[in-house]
Design a protein around this ligand. Sequence first.
Ligand code: NDP
Length: 335
Amino acid sequence: MSNVTVHLDLDEVHPLAYHALKANGCNDENASAVADTIASAERDLCHAHGLFRLPGYIASLQSGKVNGCARPRVERLSPGVIRVDGDSGYAPLALKTVRDPLARCASENGIAAAAIVKAHHFAALWIEIESLTELGLCAMAFTAYTPSVAPAGGTRPFYGTNPMAFGWPRPGRPPMVWDQATATQARGEVMIAAREGRELPPGVGINREGNPTTDPKAVLEGCLLPFGGYKGASIALMIELLVGPLIGEQCSFEAATTDNRDGGPPRGGELIIAIDPKRFGSDQDPYEHADRLFTALLGQEGTRLPGDRRVKNRQISAREGIAIPQSLYDRIQGH
Ligand code: NDP
């Protein structure tokens, strides 16, 4: 496989994505929202959710599965529950549209949830979590995908890699945000390892015969394992319930049967819960209290806060730009 790469300055990422999306049927708003997501991922050096995903985004615009001119509709079902119909578009515009209404509901009620339905999710969850922590809210998010992870005791794909994320605001500093797949690794990471010819660490997945393997291509043909064995599998199950039956969207096993397999993400749902830490009756400042927790934690050698590596990556990407495979760049430009 060729290792030739193309260097890009960070400010070249957004226009590259935006123009490719526009050329394939997105209107300004949708192209811009997806390009924002891609540019944020590349800025934080999360390549698995950056330009690497663009061919998949484009494939689903071309196949007609995804509506590039989606107009998400927000409806408040009760004081604490908001529903967003994504109009079969990509999730970033629906997420952008719901952020302020959800924040208002959470501040009024102390806690609020947003159910995002009829959207196509391809990205990292920290993006929507960070945008809520910027408003002083604590937030968590969940989404499912198509089957690629074995259930506890099983050897065939059943759960999506079903990520969940949690963020805590830290006024004046980057928030604490963790964001993780419930699989041992996100599928995008395994795809990148396959592309780069890298072996996976032991325990990530099994081959088609159900045997452990470190070959990423064999894992993509077989399946990933849940993190932490049955404990991770139970969290994956919880996520299926939260973004399937709870909000009336597809579970991963259902998405497997309805998706047209064009290389883009299936239709699915996302649940976001936003919480206002100032509304729970603490007689202390919750942000200062949390900072004392973080300071105590960081007193141990070898520790760091989740999200810190990603935030530090911003300095590297601003200084050095990013490199993407020439083949990916050509594919994007060719569209
Ligand atoms: P990682 O295992 O790389 O990281 C998970 C989290 O753990 C991160 O928040 C990371 O922070 C934190 N972390 C890692 N090491 C440490 C440490 N030593 N101390 C403290 N915290 C640590 O993520 P995954 O591979 O599981 O997931 C990658 C991404 O893929 C996520 O953003 C997820 O949302 C996305 N995804 C999206 C899917 C979709 O369908 N849309 C499906 C599956 C995954 P840091 O970033 O700072 O290292």
